[in-house]
Design a protein around this ligand. Structure first.
Ligand code: IMP
Ligand code: MG
Length: 176
């Protein structure tokens, strides 16, 4: 079945340039450290694999998974978090890697879970951010691009599990 029509918002070249910049800033900020990059599946998939190749540090990679979905017309998303982490995070410098932050509830839940493990530090890097949808108290140290309140797909992000393989960020030409 062919893809539904997609309007391109951020092309490959622009994404690659920004991801390289983020990698350079992170390499500088964490110089002398050995951070653990904790990717939030599945949306981090493409972003994280590109980002880590622009970080010139002896980093380690770990994953946690978050699924969020709306129940009927209820505006709040249900969030399910699961992990099979094997790296000991206590005392480590943690960088949580997200594809997109909307209200910030998902990433806040993950940061809380990691803080319970008593790391040395925890920061967040997200490719995309929707600042106008944030709940109070969300602190994102590294951000790729700001968006309005639009639903986007591609470069790891899905609409009902599809479109993650698009190399660019786009908007589906119908409601998600
Ligand atoms: P939050 O908990 O409200 O910050 O929502 C974040 C989660 O919702 C992300 O991890 C995605 O799974 C999903 N999400 C939010 N906005 C979008 C979007 O525009 N496209 C695809 N997924 C999104
Ligand atoms: Mg999703």
């Amino acid at each position: 079945m062919p893809f539904k029509p997609i309007e391109r918002l951020i092309d490959e070249e622009k994404i690659q340039k920004r991801v390289a910049e983020l990698g350079q800033v992170i390499s500088r900020d964490y110089a002398g450290k050995e951070p653990v990059m904790v990717g939030v599946l599945k949306g981090c998939l493409v972003f994280m694999s590109d980002l880590i190749r622009h970080i010139n540090l002896p980093l380690e990679v770990e994953f946690i998974s978050a699924a969020s979905y709306r129940k009927g017309v209820h505006p709040d998303k249900n969030i399910e978090i699961a992990d099979a982490m094997t790296i000991e995070l206590s005392g480590r410098d943690i960088l949580v890697v997200e594809g997109i932050v909307e209200t910030g509830r998902t990433v806040s839940r993950i940061v809380q879970r990691i803080r319970d493990l008593e790391p040395a530090s925890v920061e967040i890097v997200t490719l995309l951010d929707k600042p106008s949808a944030h709940r109070p108290g969300i602190e994102l140290k590294y951000k790729g691009f700001k968006l309005g309140n639009e639903f986007v797909v591609g470069y790891g992000l899905d609409n009902t599990q599809k479109f993650r393989n698009l190399p660019y960020i786009g908007r589906v030409s119908e409601n998600p």
